[in-house]
Write a protein that binds this ligand. Structure first.
Ligand code: X8Z
Ligand code: ZN
Length: 621
């Protein structure tokens, strides 16, 4: 049922009987001084059956909406989601009746998870709830359909979607063109700025009804520790990796300054956000040809290898599946190949942002992705299949346990596998030959760091912004300004032109428009290296982490499966321990992985400014 990316949407007609039963139960437990074990067990069993049914209906509607955006599918998805949210909110409120009961740990955990299950909690009042679900469907639809009307030399306007714009952006080396694209995509989000502010009010009301101060507190409560302790843990991880990021930032800024000149790139200020080859400056890997070390350039360009071999979209997915199968996991079901969306349809609007779905919790696994034949998408396919394999591993558990240990785990599995897509592995499966000389490894590590290390502060800041928005610390009239303060503080990136509160730049990111939490990706970028280190050890590999591939290792596969099969049934440190023997998330693995690069960057950065100060270059008008 849950699909990984959008929050789960939902129906409830034939459930009157269950609701009646529930009413009796609740009346009984309220009358009693403490809820009985049988009451709680029956309550949970009934709740799970009800939620399961509604989730399947909501996900089917959401699938149709995301793969065929029309006003009608948007309405159908919104109303199915509304039914699910109504039930989830009602059950979460009812569950509080058992708060004081002394229950076995498994049952107590299920009750707690029931209260935490909603990402965007709906208020009890029906019109407010309907308004919220309509806003959510509208924002995701608007993002998915978003077009920038670019005027050509003759003044004719052609509508460009995000995919086309991203394709041009990543290859462009023309600052004017990059700036146009950067600005162009940001014309899509201001129309739903007011919707966003209203969704904050409505979902906060839902969170308060459940006993949380706001939605951000609810999100942070999902980590098996007090919300403040979790915030400190995240800061600790960021402190561990920040020096590596700052080194990378300094090196890239110098290279960009050499390429585009001192008028565009400051010596010691933030990097203008349009120059990094990605619409949000979250993945810098497309800069590689511009910044590669001259003498140590890596020969491995996965895009070129895939194209040279004539590998198509479906074969890319087959190759990724083959990796999972080599670990001892089952092939994907026939329906996966029939129902997934791999290629962007020409005749309709779809939400291209990649996602993985588990529609019925039986075996209806799917991915939805507008695949392009690139190394980046090859990695994303592994990412999505990681979700599908996790969903399959926990599908036998009770409904409320069918999720990852924490949301970072879900995001980390496929990426962990993709870390094993090494030159040696590619040669093994007939894609290219492994002729990498050891001195070229710095090039490879730099390419990887442009993807993984560059992402870290972005992964962190999206929810730093949302937490403050939900708490009211950032009111609607400071949405955009506060966004750029955080972009600068964490990423050392600045808007290339001045921005105002008429803009809504956070909304130009999918997860903000679609209400999907983002800290999960920060955690995943730390965890995937921790998982990789443990699985490499299980596979008996002793060399440097960046050379390790667990391809074909049944031992690694067994370790991974044992962890994934736990789902959300235990606090995440237990699951982490099963896989790694460690109980804390720890960034030393990512630092180990990139240690040779850190040493090389230190050499390169000698005499070069590191860090950034504000307003080193005033944005042009
Ligand atoms: O949204 C995703 C996945 C689906 S869960 C494609 N990612 C984040 C993003 O695109 O912003 C993966 C990396 C970060
Ligand atoms: Zn994902």
């Amino acid at each position: 049922m849950r699909h990984w990316i959008t929050s789960c949407p939902s129906s409830c007609l034939a459930l009157a009987a269950l609701a009646g039963l529930l009413g009796v139960l609740i009346a009984r437990s309220a009358a009693a001084s403490s809820a009985t074990l049988e009451d709680a067990a029956l309550f949970i069993e009934t709740a799970q059956a009800r939620l399961h049914k509604l989730a399947v209906e909501a996900d089917r509607a959401a699938w149709v909406q995301a793969t065929y955006i029309t006003d009608d599918t948007e309405m159908l998805a919104a109303s199915a989601n509304e039914r699910r949210m109504a039930a989830a909110a009602e059950l979460a409120r009812d569950a509080t009746r058992f708060d004081k009961a002394d229950l076995p740990s498994e049952l107590a955990r299920q009750l707690r998870l029931l209260k935490l299950a909603q990402t965007i909690p709906a208020p009890a009042e029906a019109t407010a709830r309907e308004e919220l679900t309509r806003i959510l469907a509208r924002m995701e639809g608007a993002y998915g359909k978003g077009k920038w009307r670019r005027k050509d030399e003759q003044g004719q306007a052609a509508g460009l979607g995000l995919d086309e714009m991203s394709r041009i952006l990543r290859a462009s080396r023309d600052p004017r063109e990059m700036l146009d694209l950067w600005r162009g995509w940001r014309t899509v989000s201001p129309p739903y700025r007011r919707d966003y502010a209203r969704h904050v009010e409505l979902s906060n009301a839902g969170a308060r009804e459940l006993g949380f101060a706001d939605v951000g507190v609810l999100w942070r409560a999902k980590y098996d520790m007090p919300p403040d302790e979790f915030s400190r843990d995240v800061e600790r991880l960021w402190d561990q990796v920040r020096p590596l990021y700052v080194s990378l930032h300094a090196y890239i800024r110098r290279k960009l300054r050499e390429a585009y000149g001192p008028d565009i790139v400051p010596e010691n200020g933030p990097i203008p956000a349009h120059l990094l080859g990605n619409m949000w400056a979250q993945d810098w890997s497309h800069l590689y040809p511009l910044v590669a070390p001259r003498d140590k350039a890596s020969s491995r360009d996965l895009t070129a290898l895939l194209k040279a071999k004539g590998v198509d979209e479906r074969e890319m997915v087959r190759l990724a599946e083959r990796f999972f199968v080599s670990l001892g996991l089952d092939p994907l079901p026939r329906t996966f190949w029939e129902r997934s969306l791999f290629v962007k349809p020409r005749d309709r609007e779809v939400v291209c942002h990649a996602s993985a779905w588990d529609v019925d919790a039986a075996d209806d696994l799917r991915i939805k992705m507008c695949i392009e034949i690139t190394g980046e998408d090859f990695t994303t396919i592994h990412h999505e299949l990681g979700h599908n394999y996790y969903q399959r591993a926990y599908r036998k558990l009770p409904f409320l346990f069918r999720d990852s240990a924490n949301d970072g785990f879900h995001e980390a599995i496929g990426d962990t596998i993709a870390l094993s897509v090494t030159p040696r592995y590619l040669a093994e499966i007939g894609l290219g030959d492994d002729t990498t000389r050891s001195e070229q490894e710095v090039g490879q590590l730099l390419r990887m760091a442009l993807e993984k290390v560059a992402f870290l502060p972005f992964g962190l800041l999206v929810d730093q912004w949302r937490f403050k928005v939900f708490s009211g610390e950032i009111p609607p009239d400071r949405y955009n300004q506060a966004w750029w303060e955080l972009r600068e503080k964490y990423q050392g990136v600045a808007a290339p032109v001045s921005r105002s509160e008429a803009d809504f730049d956070p909304g130009a990111k999918y997860h903000v428009a679609a209400g999907v939490p983002y800290t999960r990706y920060f955690l995943a970028h730390i965890l995937q290296f921790q998982f990789h280190r443990a699985l490499c050890a299980a596979a008996g590999q002793t060399g440097p982490l960046h050379r390790c591939s667990i391809y074909g290792s049944r031992e690694a596969g067994t370790r991974l499966s044992r962890m994934m099969e736990l789902g959300q049934s235990r606090p995440w440190p237990d699951a982490l321990e099963v896989l790694t023997g460690e109980r804390r998330m720890d960034a030393t693995a990512i630092l180990d992985y990139f240690a040779p690069l850190q040493a090389w960057l230190d050499e390169q950065n000698q005499g070069v400014a590191t860090g950034w100060r504000r307003n080193a270059l005033a944005p042009e008008e």
